[in-house]
Ligand binder design. Structure first.
Ligand code: AMP
Length: 217
C-alpha cells in the first residue's frame, strides 16, 4: 500500500479522512500541525510557535522539517503525511528526505474545496483533545452524539485556537499562494491524484478507491 501525501487547504477534511484511513488500514498519521501543537508551550520556542499558528502563518521550514524527520525515523509501516509540504521548498526537502530514507512508494492526493465551504467548516469544527477525532457541530453526519462531548473519550471537545475567521483567511490565502507549484511538482512526477471534498464518508470512499486501484496496478 502506498504512503500518502495530502495536499489540501485548511478544513478540507484531511484530518478526518486520515483518522478513518488510520483506523481501517493502520496507517501512521503524521500531521505537522499536531507535531507543532505538541511543542512544549512553556518554552520560548513553544510560545513563538503558538503565536505564529494563531495568526494563521507558516512556521519556519527548518523547524517543521526537523520535527517531521524525527517522526519519519520513528514510525514503522505506511504513513499519511498531513500538512507537509506547504510550499515548494518543503516539497523539494521532502523529496530529499524520502530519498535518504529509501522511501519511494508515494501517492500525492489533492483535496479540492472552495474557500466558502472550508471557512464554514473551520468555524464549526470541534476536536477531541485526547483522541484527536474531529467533529462538526452543524453537520448531522459529523456531530458528536452528545453535544460538545467526544463519542470515544467522553470528554469535552475543544475548538482550535486558529479556527477563527481572521486566522482562517490568512491560512487560506497562504495556502492558495503556495499550492500551485506543489501540484505541478507532483504532477510532473506522475504522482498526483485529485478528489473534491464532500461529506467525510464520500471523500473517504473516493480516497479508498484511489488507494485500492493503485494496489491492483
Ligand atoms: P494544520 O493542522 O495542518 O491546519 O496546521 C496548523 C498550523 O500549523 C498552520 O496554520 C501553520 O501555522 C502550522 N504548520 C503546519 N504544517 C506546517 C508546515 N508544513 N510548514 C509550516 N507551518 C506549518
Amino acid at each position: 500500500m502506498k504512503n500518502i501525501i495530502f495536499i489540501a487547504p485548511p478544513a478540507a477534511g484531511k484530518g478526518t479522512v486520515s483518522n478513518l484511513l488510520k483506523e481501517k488500514y493502520k496507517y501512521n498519521h503524521i500531521s505537522t500541525g499536531d507535531l507543532l501543537r505538541n511543542v512544549n508551550k512553556n518554552t520560548d520556542l513553544g510560545k513563538r510557535v503558538q503565536e505564529i499558528m494563531e495568526q494563521g502563518q507558516l512556521v519556519s521550514d527548518e523547524l517543521v522539517t526537523e520535527l517531521l524527520k524525527e517522526k519519519l525515523k520513528e514510525i514503522d509501516g505506511n504513513f499519511i503525511l498531513d500538512g507537509y509540504p506547504r510550499n515548494i521548498t518543503q516539497a523539494n526537502i521532502l523529496d530529499e528526505i524520502l530519498d535518504e530514507l529509501n522511501i519511494n512508494n508515494i501517492m500525492a492526493i489533492y483535496i479540492n474545496i472552495s474557500k466558502e465551504e472550508a471557512m464554514k467548516r473551520a468555524l464549526s469544527r470541534l476536536i477531541c483533545p485526547k483522541c484527536k477525532k474531529i467533529y462538526n457541530k452543524f453537520n448531522d453526519e459529523a456531530k458528536p452524539k452528545k453535544e460538545n462531548i467526544c463519542d470515544n473519550c467522553g470528554i469535552e471537545l475543544k475548538t482550535r485556537d486558529d479556527d477563527n475567521e481572521e486566522s482562517f483567511k490568512v491560512r487560506f490565502e497562504t495556502y492558495i499562494n503556495n499550492v500551485k507549484p506543489i501540484l505541478d511538482f507532483y504532477k510532473s512526477k506522475n504522482m498526483l491524484k485529485e478528489v473534491s471534498s464532500q461529506t467525510s464518508n464520500i471523500t473517504f470512499n473516493m480516497i479508498e478507491k484511489l488507494i485500492n486501484e493503485d494496489k491492483n496496478d
